[in-house]
Design a protein around this ligand. Structure first.
Ligand code: GRF
Length: 203
């Protein structure tokens, strides 16, 4: 299964997906990594792994449509079966989301539907939640609102800061994201009528 990964930053999730691909009999390969930021450290991770990279700098486009059209053009050169958002910090247009419908996934650092948007760790702490976590989901036109695929739950500990909590959540992200990519690559995962299904069963 050909996978293209979109990043904006450090790319620790990208690294976990690259590491997964290196394992024996892994059903997917990362054929390109694309960043909207030229300085994203994840680009170096891709280079180290011998994976092709590209930058589509959002600052060079007048509007979201222009940027997304350019992004689609670059992504589609690699003919991916799955497009993975891994810390990609741009909101995508409905046209982009429709173009990749059912083959576009994201990871969000909260137990969705809780805490869509930013500052999720601080919001979980402020709310006094006893549990927090991360969610892999199919991307639909609703921001952070697409059907969930897999979640990891992390207990909130007394004395946690947004940073300490984020660190523990990330450890779990690095487990569940490659897992979801594998399921998709094995043909076990799909989006049907705005629900995710694994082995034909609704998630
Ligand atoms: C992760 O916390 C992910 O949940 C969110 O952005 C962060 C990306 O981190 N979408 P990294 O670039 O994979 O290290």
């Amino acid at each position: 299964c050909r996978v293209v990964v979109l990043i904006s930053g450090s790319g620790t999730n990208l690294q976990a997906i690259i590491d997964g691909a290196a394992e024996q009999q892994c059903p997917y390969e990362v054929c390109a990594v694309i960043s909207n930021k030229p300085e994203a450290y994840g680009l170096a991770r891709a280079n180290d792994a011998g994976i092709e990279t590209a930058v589509v700098n959002h600052r060079e486009y007048l509007d979201r449509e222009g940027f997304d059209t350019a992004l689609i053009e670059v992504i589609d050169r690699y003919q991916p079966e799955l497009v993975v958002l891994a810390g990609f910090m741009r909101i995508l247009t409905p046209g982009f989301v429709r173009h990749y419908s059912g083959r576009l996934i994201n990871i969000h650092p909260s137990l969705l539907p809780k805490y869509q948007g930013l500052h999720t760790h601080q919001r979980a702490l402020d709310a006094g939640d006893s549990e927090h976590g991360a969610t892999v989901h199919f991307v639909t036109e609703e921001l952070d609102g697409g059907p969930p695929i897999v979640q990891a739950v992390v207990p909130v500990e007394s004395g946690d800061t947004a940073q300490s909590l984020a660190q523990r959540v990330q450890v779990q992200e690095h487990i569940i994201y490659p897992l979801a990519v594998e399921w998709f690559a094995e043909g076990r995962l799909r989006m049907a009528c705005d629900r995710a299904e694994l082995d034909g069963h609704p998630l």
